[in-house]
Design a protein around this ligand. Structure first.
Ligand code: NAD
Length: 349
């Protein structure tokens, strides 16, 4: 397995592989770039088919965190960790403790947070062995009420702020009253986004594979439920992907009537050319990692200890970043995803 010639290797500063025979822990920590500060990113536990697959994931995800934190103007670099194993079968307190010790040995260059396959409770076990863990402290959330470290409310608020900015740019509309939004996935972020949109007067169309969540959103927000396929072709103003990656692809982009794509899901574009495809169709794409940075902003302030209004104000700067992306995209006649990458690179290189 090659490292320096790996397709996902991008001048990563440090890649550490850990094995703890007693607990069976096998983990990789990737520190992509520390130019702006120590790195912060999720600790994912996944039943990878091979070590190579785990390496690919951690290289790609850690690089993504550098771009996200830089674009959000945080004093953070990009890092990520993966634990190889099935969270349902292989996760034990001993294994999590071993991961905590590994985090301690990484030397303050990487701070771990919750991700797929790990929970706040799991991170709390790791935190018994290291300070290099974030997102586990009870605090006042961005809405002024107590929260338990879950970044989803902050993420949803950032998506809401960014969606409004994109609507204003593309539709010339300064409010969301009567604006039609199709939300794909009403989980932790999507449901909260629906709440904010509903309060702002938007008309909601929703889809999710969990019927209970759909029923709840219908009752609470008067949302109209549609099928997983219908969500793409609805006659709406905004498509908000909040479930899966790669949903903007050759099959779905031609179906879209929406003029704006603005959602929380990571890696929405199936490939780089889909950025251009959206531009060619006159659809304004609000780059996913610009929009969904509320969570990392929240985690950053949790560590340095600021009060919630300051966190909220920083999340609201997502709007300015998007305006800058849209302005440059228009001037340079280039797609917004590409422009976001260039802007992030200016901020961390
Ligand atoms: P979640 O698992 O709570 O919600 C995802 C929802 O999508 C679930 O309700 C699920 O049933 C639904 N879903 C799954 N497959 C679907 C399909 N085919 N069609 C329709 N719905 C489907 O996750 P989340 O925390 O709300 O995150 C949503 C997205 O936002 C993910 O891509 C995540 O990586 C990204 N994100 C989340 C955060 C955060 O703070 N939670 C931060 C940044 C990015």
């Amino acid at each position: 397995m090659s490292i320096f010639s790996h397709p996902e290797y991008d001048q990563h500063e440090q890649i550490s592989c850990y094995h703890d025979p007693k607990t069976g822990l096998q983990a990789i920590i990737a520190v992509h770039n520390t130019n702006r500060g120590p790195t912060l990113g999720g600790c994912r536990m996944w039943h990878y088919a091979s070590d190579a697959e785990a390496l690919t994931d951690v290289l790609r995800l850690s690089r993504g965190m550098t771009y996200k934190s830089a674009l959000a103007n945080l004093d953070l670099g990009g890092g990520k960790s993966v634990i190889i194993g099935d969270p349902q079968q292989h996760k034990t307190p001993e294994l999590l403790a071993a991961m905590g010790r590994m985090l301690e040995r990484t030397g303050n260059q990487y701070i771990a947070a919750e991700d797929s396959g790990t929970s706040v409770a799991d991170l709390s076990v790791m935190a018994e062995h290291t300070n290099n863990v974030a997102g586990i402290t009870d605090r006042i959330g961005i809405d002024g009420t107590p929260c338990n470290g879950d970044p989803s409310p902050a993420t949803a608020y950032g998506v809401f702020v960014g969606l409004k900015t994109a609507v204003q740019k593309r539709l010339g509309c300064h409010h969301l009253d009567g604006v039609k939004v199709a939300v794909q996935g009403i989980g932790n972020v999507g449901y909260r986004l629906c709440h904010l949109l509903h309060n702002a007067g938007a008309q909601l169309y929703i889809t999710d594979i969990h019927p209970q969540r759909v029923a709840q959103a219908q009752a609470e927000f008067g949302a109209i439920a549609v099928s997983g396929q219908e969500i793409y072709s609805l006659d709406v103003d905004v498509f908000a992907p909040c479930a899966l990656g790669a949903v903007l692809n050759d099959a779905t982009i031609p179906l879209l009537s929406a003029k704006v794509v603005a959602g929380a899901a990571n890696n929405q574009l199936a490939g780089q050319r889909h950025d251009l495809m959206l531009q060619e169709r006159g659809i304004l794409y609000a780059p996913d990692y610009a929009l969904n940075a509320g969570g990392i902003i929240d985690l950053y302030y949790e560590r340095i200890g600021h009060e919630h209004l300051k966190v909220r104000a920083h999340i609201e700067t997502i709007s300015e970043t998007l305006e800058e992306i849209f302005r440059r995209a228009e001037q340079q006649k280039r797609p917004t995803g590409e422009i976001a990458d260039r802007l992030a690179e200016e901020r961390f290189r």
